[in-house]
Ligand binder design. Structure first.
Ligand code: DQQ
Length: 468
């Protein structure tokens, strides 16, 4: 870790981060010659958003990353002079090809770049942009971000957009050569019931017997998924919902790996102001890799990648306890932990896990479930939970015999909560204290069974040699 960040209590230890400064969306995800490549939106010269480059990192195991040279840099006087914005990567007959949004004067247009040295250096196509008319004649709000795939003998592309008076839209294009594109129609748009005026970062892929479309909707900055049937280049939505309850998880992109898994990363944005970000010298983190699959009822199953188990260090375990009143497990310290807790909620009004940073409960983060709602809040322990302290929340209904399974990843200022493999909440929490003061499983007004509780200290993914 870079010397200046060593004592920063808020900088995550096992989430992917840029070496310093600003980062946002994951881009160009691919497994190439066995290695996972992660490109990302990066402003190498400032902790604030600005002229965006494509950062690049590689991993053998999905967990540890090595930074590589910057892949795309804005070219002065060109269509991407103000930024190389989000996009994807495809294998065009052995030639890795990036499709990204060139940004000039706040207008984005689709551009192409290719690599001839295994994804290290990139040559921009001299005819960029490859589409010059935004939105195929529709009255659109904006036009950017790309999801490209091969189907039969042609290339297809979704571009994020919004149709005025209608809402967010994912526009479908077709091409024989990745250079010449023909607009077909909106594959999906706000008419299908989702709010949002503009859909950024569309991601479209087959999952089980269905297809899934994921979008990041503006202005509310919320990620949505649509599950449905894709036939004859039309998409019929059957199920839809929020992907992660939180606005801190945004602009996700996914890839299929050689194990056939659909792996997704999202950008975890900051929850602090520009002054604090400038003082910190960095902003943004990548989520943990999440494995998406379809459940038997064709809803979305979301689990952290099992490779993360390799980061587990010292373990605390307890099982079959009745939780009637909060009892602090005191000997857990640090701020990089994985917690797995299974509850039978029983008669209590609420149950969950509280993570105090001070033994008097004055500073803590709590994951609570009340039978219908899962939430993260930062209310001091003696305060009745209220909206004021709720950081994030989502609906979660348990089946008749279903236990509550909370799977929590705390990594300094980042917290990712997975509940019953189907509800996700990502939060940011900038504690004053450097480390936690214990873990507090709790139940309020009744008895809850804690079937099993496991807590692991998590190792850092960086070594002292990493320029990070
Ligand atoms: N981030 C990129 C855009 C995209 C947005 C710019 C989503 O291409 O729409 O950094 O976070």
């Amino acid at each position: 870790m870079q010397e200046r960040f060593v004592n920063d209590p808020h900088r995550p230890h096992y989430h992917f981060l840029s070496p310093a400064n600003w980062m946002n969306d994951p881009n160009g995800l691919v497994q190439w010659k066995g290695q996972y490549h992660l490109f990302y939106q990066y402003h190498p010269y400032s902790p604030l958003f600005g002229k965006i480059h494509w950062g690049h990192a590689v991993s053998q195991d999905l967990v540890h990353w090595t930074h590589l040279p910057i892949a795309l840099t804005p070219t002065p006087g060109s269509v991407d002079e103000d930024g190389c914005w989000s996009g994807c990567l495809v294998d065009n007959n052995g030639i890795p090809t990036i499709i990204y949004s060139g940004n000039r004067k706040d207008i984005q247009l689709p551009c192409i770049a290719t690599s001839h040295d295994n994804l290290i250096t990139w040559e921009k196509y001299e005819g960029n942009p490859v589409i010059t008319t935004r939105g195929g004649g529709l009255d659109i709000v904006d036009f950017r971000d790309h999801c490209v795939w091969k189907e039969d003998d042609a290339w297809y592309q979704l571009i994020g957009s919004g149709i005025k008076g209608e809402g967010g839209a994912a526009l479908l294009y077709r091409s024989d050569d990745l250079i010449h594109w023909r607009f077909m129609h909106p594959l999906c748009s706000g008419r299908q019931g989702t709010s949002g005026e503009m859909w950024e970062c569309p991601d479209f892929f087959p999952l089980g017997e269905k297809h899934v479309l994921i979008v990041s909707a503006l202005p509310e900055a919320q990620t949505y998924y649509f599950i449905g049937t894709y036939q004859n280049h039309r998409f019929t939505v059957e199920i839809q919902g929020k992907l992660d309850a939180s606005k801190h998880f945004y602009a996700p992109q996914s890839m299929k790996d050689d194990k056939g898994r659909r792996i997704q990363w999202g950008w975890i944005r900051e929850g602090r102001d520009e002054q604090q970000i400038e003082a910190a010298g960095w902003a943004g983190a990548m989520s943990l890799p999440r494995i998406l699959s379809l459940r038997s009822d064709t809803t979305l199953n979301i689990q952290p990648a099992p490779e993360l188990h390799t980061l587990r260090g010292a373990q605390y375990h307890q099982e079959n306890e009745t939780v009637a009143a909060p009892a602090l497990i005191e000997d857990i310290r640090g701020a990089a932990l994985e917690i797995s807790a299974e509850f039978v909620p029983g008669t209590s009004q609420q149950c969950g896990i509280s993570i105090p940073y001070a033994t008097d409960g004055s500073e803590q983060i709590t994951i609570r479930y009340n039978g219908t709602t899962l939430m993260i809040d930062n209310a001091p322990w003696d305060v009745t939970p209220s909206m004021e302290h709720t950081i994030e929340k989502c609906t979660l209904h348990l089946g008749a015999d279903e236990t509550l399974h909370l799977h929590i990843y705390l990594d300094h200022s980042v917290i990712e909560v997975f509940a019953n493999d189907r509800a996700c909440i990502t939060g940011r929490f900038y504690a004053i204290h450097d480390e936690i003061a214990g873990i507090l499983p709790f139940a309020l007004n009744g008895n809850t069974q804690l079937v099993a509780l496991d807590i692991w200290e998590m190792r850092s993914i960086w070594t002292s040699q990493d320029s990070h």
